[in-house]
Design a protein around this ligand. Structure first.
Ligand code: GLA
Length: 685
């Protein structure tokens, strides 16, 4: 399991999640949007649906603190007591993602300014500067007041700080932020000489002679120093975490329940979730796959695997997803019958021990009134409601799976800092989007049902027979040494192009691109050879011809064997795919953008090196194993309309039926089979 990043301290929870028995079920509950009479109806229907946990108060600041320092908890007391009387537990939010109007009237300087210099207005959310002293003071005040009041309430089992840090506001260019950035830089570099060296300010005459001259990388006539932008991304992440810590510690002064904040693994690139996971007591995530993607189950799985990985493999909370359509995509495609259950149980299969939605009851007013909910505008005479009730009943049958851990077969490197650096402007080609290759490799493994953990290059990787580095543009000497040791120790490493190019300051590693990995890969990259838009080439690979585009490199071999040769483009006749035996392991280098079929051909050979075999099942069937102390649980999701037959033996928990040799999975269905350890074909431990 990946270790925690160094240098990050962790507050020990004084009580551990899970506080609930079984798989928690529910969603965001916003009773303040409804008259009191509705509340009783809500809890009655929650019970009907099997709801066990709701998140309350996430956007309630204006009601809870109607004027600075004046609190009104009467309505919240009533709501929490009502939930408690009905056996529904509470995940209590701090409302700090949306400060009240009086706050901005009193502190206009606390508004966020974006990179273009626009001051953010009121009437939305995420409008406050995380660096403004008034904001910091106010969030601690409201978090402390809530914690003091509800610390001992028996219904409150979890604290939910803020909402989705980094979304919609991450970077802030206000005066408070610039001042805080300078302080952060002083702490990081100590003196200006070190800052000038790290940022390479000799270029374009940027050299600084006074700290007061250093600013945020606001929009400028041309491209702003990428090292400065990378540090601003790090600073932004650190500022957001400082706000979380301030609230968390304020709560902890009063309360013992575990504390979380909801991540956005599939959307936010502002928060380094490896670092965040070390700060929370339990990891939680919001999952909103791109509805227009006909195979959005792959993105969903990827975000779930990342969430579980940052949690160190521990079960996590699916804090939000949608029962049907969202309201913020260009075309908000509604989920089809059965899709909500498939989505929910796919998250569960990848380690979620709580399945929650945004939100309980669909809003009548406001920006999100067209967002689906557990209780839709159509009311209980609706397909969505019937499916919500069914899902609650199904999750009730899966209680014994709680606490079991996903069995992973391979690791993919996922490094936020490298992504931040890679995706800046003026790279050798606009095709070098880190997400594109990460998804391409992940997708291959998803189709082969090889379950993935994500990891950092510095993590202990020895447990994985296969590690893939799809987009490791930034690689530190320490990370490179770790990857080299991994290969020497017997691992199989796959490195995709444009790797190990720069160090932590976005400075090019000398000695040929990829030099830090030269020993492991048995090669260096002499020159990048990006292709023209639309240019397609082929690679001779074994007896096959693979299709590639976008990118080639001039490789200089230092021991690697050539497995694929470019047949066209600027690198024609040169190596495209290589394999190097190093120590007891093997390192592959793929220096071009192979299409899915090409990647499949190479990965088949990689699997052979790693001793991995794709699981046997029809296309579109997702298979993941969760391992408990005594048994395995095979979670099978059929994303196609056609029935599937899967080798399995044990007991299917949803139908409570025996499975003898084969699981018959109807089109669109989900099954959870309790099997003896190791019987799912997943032998990794
Ligand atoms: C996010 C937020 C919710 C809501 C949903 C809508 O996840 O946390 O408050 O806006 O998006 O999809």
């Amino acid at each position: 399991m990946p270790g925690r990043p160094d240098g990050v301290s962790r507050v020990e929870p004084t009580s551990a999640w899970p506080a609930l028995r079984g798989i928690a079920y529910g969603g965001d509950y916003n009773p303040e949007q409804w008259p009191r009479e509705t509340w009783r109806d809500d809890v009655r229907l929650m019970r009907e649906a099997g709801v066990t946990l709701v998140s309350v108060g996430i956007f309630s600041w204006a009601l809870l603190e109607p004027a600075e320092g004046e609190f009104d908890f009467a309505w919240l007391d009533e709501v929490i007591d009502l939930l408690h009387e009905n056996g529904i537990r509470v995940d209590l939010g701090t409302p700090t993602a949306s400060p009240p109007a009086w706050f901005f009237a009193a502190h206009p300087d606390a508004r966020v300014i974006d990179r273009d210099g626009r001051v953010m207005g009121f009437g939305s959310r995420g409008m406050a500067s995380h660096s403004a002293p008034a904001y910091r003071e106010a969030i601690v005040r409201i978090a402390s007041a809530l914690a003091a009041r509800y610390a001992d309430h028996p219904a409150v089992v979890l604290w939910h700080v803020h909402n989705e840090y980094g979304v919609p506001v991450g970077e802030d260019y206000s005066a408070h932020s610039v001042a805080a950035f300078r302080t952060w830089l002083r702490e990081r570099y100590g003196n200006l000489e070190a800052l000038n060296a790290a940022w390479g300010t000799a270029f374009w005459g940027q050299r600084y002679t006074a700290w007061e001259h250093v600013g945020a990388p606001a929009i400028a006539p041309s491209v702003v120093n990428p090292a400065q932008r990378l540090d601003f991304a790090r600073f932004t992440d650190a500022q957001l975490r400082a706000c979380f810590r301030a609230e968390r510690d304020a709560i902890r002064a009063h309360a013992t329940q575990p504390i979380t904040t909801n991540f956005m693994a599939n959307q936010s690139w502002t928060t380094d979730l490896w670092k965040w996971a070390a700060e929370v007591d339990v990891v939680s995530d919001d999952s909103y796959p791109w509805a227009a993607d006909p195979e959005n189950e792959i993105g969903l799985a990827m975000a779930s695997d990342l969430t579980r990985s940052v949690a160190g493999g521990a079960p996590w909370i699916l804090m939000e997803h949608s029962t049907s359509a969202v309201n913020w995509q260009p075309r908000n495609v509604a989920k089809r019958p059965g899709e909500m259950a498939r989505n929910s149980l796919a998250h569960f299969g990848r380690g979620a021990d709580a399945v929650l939605f945004f939100q309980w009851r669909a809003s009548r007013s406001g920006a999100e009134k067209f967002h689906s909910a557990m209780l839709p505008h159509a009311g209980t005479s609706s397909r969505v409601w019937r499916e919500v009730v069914q899902l609650g009943a199904d999750l009730g049958k899966l209680a014994e799976v709680q606490g079991s851990r996903v069995v992973a077969d391979a690791a993919i490197l996922w490094d936020f800092e490298s992504a931040w650096a890679q995706d800046l402007e003026w790279r050798p080609s606009v095709e070098l989007d880190h997400k594109e290759r990460t998804r391409a490799y992940y997708e291959r493994l998803w189709r082969d049902r090889i379950t993935v953990d994500f990891a950092l290059p510095t993590h202990d990787l020895a447990q994985y027979p296969l590690v893939i580095a799809p987009a490791q543009y930034l690689l530190t000497a320490r990370g490179a040494a770790n990857l080299e040791r991994y290969v020497a120790g017997g691992g199989t490493l796959v490195v995709s192009y444009f790797a190990a190019v720069v160090d932590e300051h976005d400075r090019v590693h000398e000695g040929g691109y990829g030099a830090p990995l030269a020993t492991a890969l048995g090669l260096r990259v002499e020159e990048f050879l990006p292709l023209r838009e639309g240019e397609v080439t082929t690679v001779a690979y074994g007896g096959a011809e693979l299709t590639a585009d976008a990118w080639q490199e001039h490789l200089v071999l230092e021991g690697a064997e050539v497995r694929g040769v470019h047949q066209g483009g600027p690198a024609a006749g040169g190596p495209a795919v290589t394999r190097h035996s190093h120590g007891r392991g093997h390192a592959w280098y793929v220096s071009t953008r192979l299409d899915p079929a090409g990647l499949a051909a190479v990965m088949a050979d990689v699997y052979a090196d790693a001793g991995l075999a794709p699981a046997d099942a029809p296309e579109g069937v997702e298979l993941v194993t969760r391992r408990g102390p005594d048994t395995d649980y095979l979670v099978a999701v059929n994303h196609r309309d056609t029935p599937a037959r899967i080798p399995a033996t044990g007991r299917e928990l949803l139908a409570d039926a025996p499975v003898e040799g084969a699981l018959e999975l109807p089109g669109g269905a989900v099954a959870v089979v309790r099997t003896p350890h190791g019987a799912t074909g997943d032998t990794a431990s």
